[in-house]
Design a binder for this molecule. Structure first.
Ligand SMILES: [Ca+2]
Length: 101
């Protein structure tokens, strides 16, 4: 059975392809696909309240090669940034207790 980290990586890859395959280039996220992905998969971003300007700024920051789409590499950088944000957020929190029976 896959470890939880392996499952997390597979989820990351599958989630990218679930949205990237919807329109245009199958292997890149368009603006609309990114928006939908943020709404559905990362609601922690509060993307519902994110206005158009804010969304455009995020897209602009993530789109390193400026082709107006996010390829997997750009998406992976984004996920790494989100993970670093989570790491900061959870710093100092007690490690989850392993239940003893
Ligand atoms: Ca791009």
């Amino acid at each position: 059975m896959a470890s939880s980290l392996e499952q997390a990586l597979a989820t990351m890859v599958c989630t990218f392809h679930k949205y990237s395959g919807r329109e245009g280039d199958k292997y890149k996220l368009s603006k609309a696909e990114l928006k939908e992905m943020l709404n559905k998969e990362l609601p922690v971003f509060g993307s519902k309240q994110m206005d158009e300007n804010e969304f455009r700024r995020i897209m602009n920051d993530l789109d390193h090669n400026k082709d107006s789409e996010l390829d997997f590499q750009e998406f992976a950088c984004f996920m790494a940034c989100v993970a670093m944000g989570f790491n900061e957020f959870f710093k100092g929190c007690p490690a989850p207790q392993t239940r003893k029976k």
